[in-house]
Design a binder for this molecule. Structure first.
Ligand code: KG4
Ligand code: ZN
Length: 362
């Protein structure tokens, strides 16, 4: 059995987990502790980097020992420590990286540097039926929206990405304007569900999503929004136009004192955001012909995106792997899972290991 400690502090969650890997390479999460700072950042409507760094510094040691205790382990039982080094908020990352360095070197445990996005994708390996490379990975979070062709457990190629805002960021920013507290994703999801039902008359939000494109209310300018899918032949997306159009509509409503159906608007926004991601994913599946799609990141919890991707995969005969909701957001178990493949394939990091805010996946 191989035991790996995974540490994550790239944004507003301090997380630690212990993963057990058996001789067949099968994973079991022995503990996963996530200390969320969401309540603190909610006061400001988004993540405040300096507050995030300080909260990580306060939590990281106790969270790590809590994860070890819950797993029934001491540091000497561990075979590797895996830590997120990039991308993310630099001050937040530095807390995890420096803690991991001190912890690993003091306890003589090999240390591995993990890319946060590869970690998100590795969350799919912790599900019931893990994907096996080659597969297509869709990562949708508060900081990223990208498609990767995963050729091997450590060979990732980004084949599509957002050119500006991430999908989760768009939900959070427009959700804030609709009065949904940060992070707005889950509240937006529920509001859009109501909108799909009452705009289309469907009994379920899923059926409403499917019928929404044909709905007449979308001809009304107050609910008509641009698609984030680029039409330049790339698999890229741009959420800034969708966000600006939303801001303009909400200003027009406020200034003109116009009647406004927030649920119908949330449905329209969700329809465009989800349809664009599904359109680029469909093209990527056709291009790569891999037959398996793994979805990860906080926005993978979105019920409308899940339903639309399930429909796409059914239509195209693609195997769909989505990790359990508890592993969709930031956590240490996903970092430990990618850490296992780093342990198998690369040399451990040295004392010079550093954090970086930038994304370096090709
Ligand atoms: O992966 P994650 O925990 O952190 C990042 O690495 O960004 O993702 C957080 C994002 C937030 O933007 C949050 O609003 C969004 O995931 N989110 C959702 C839902 N649940 C969380 N977005 C849409 N629908 C949801 N149900
Ligand atoms: Zn994340």
């Amino acid at each position: 059995m191989t035991y790996i400690l995974g540490l994550e502090s790239s944004c507003d969650e301090t997380a630690a987990a212990v993963l057990a890997v058996n001789d067949k390479g099968e994973f079991r999460v022995l503990s996963s502790i996530v200390a969320s700072q969401v309540d603190t950042h909610r006061l400001y409507g988004g993540v405040v980097p300096e507050i995030a760094s300080r909260a990580h510094a306060e939590a990281i040691s106790s969270i790590t020992y809590e994860a070890l205790e819950k797993a029934g382990m001491t540091p000497k039982d561990l075979h590797a420590v895996a830590v997120t080094t990039h991308p993310g908020l630099i001050g937040a990352l530095l807390v995890g990286v420096n803690f991991a360095k001190a912890f690993a070197f003091a306890n003589h445990i090999p240390l591995y540097s993990i890319d946060h996005m590869k970690g998100h994708i590795a969350a799919a390996y912790l599900g019931e039926e893990p994907p096996k490379p080659p597969f297509l990975a869709l990562a949708v979070s508060g900081g990223h929206t990208a498609l990767y062709r995963v050729d091997d457990y450590t060979a990732y190629h980004r084949i599509g990405t957002t050119r500006d805002d991430a999908i989760g960021e768009a939900f959070d920013k427009v959700g804030r304007l609709l009065g949904i507290p940060y992070p707005a994703g889950a509240g937006f999801d529920r509001l859009a569900g109501e909108g799909f039902c009452h705009v289309t008359g469907a009994a379920t939000p899923e059926a409403g999503f499917a019928a929404f494109g044909k709905s007449s209310i979308r001809r009304d300018a107050l609910y008509r929004l641009p698609s984030p899918a680029l039409t330049d032949g790339s698999l890229d997306l741009s959420f800034s136009g969708l966000k600006t159009a939303s801001v303009n509509i909400l200003h027009r409503v406020e200034q003109g004192g116009l009647a406004f159906d927030a649920a119908a608007f949330a449905a329209s926004f969700t329809f465009e955001a989800v349809s664009a991601v599904v359109k680029q994913t469909a093209q990527a599946l056709e291009m790569t012909k891999v037959g398996t799609l793994a979805v990860s990141g906080g926005v993978a919890a979105n019920s409308h995106l899940r339903a639309a991707l399930a429909a796409l995969c059914q239509k195209t005969g693609t195997r769909l792997c989505i990790p359990p909701a508890s592993l969709c957001g930031d956590n240490g178990a996903m970092i430990a899972a990618q850490g296992y493949y780093a342990l198998l394939s690369e040399a451990p990091a040295g004392a010079a290991l550093n954090a970086s805010a930038a994304d370096d996946v090709e």
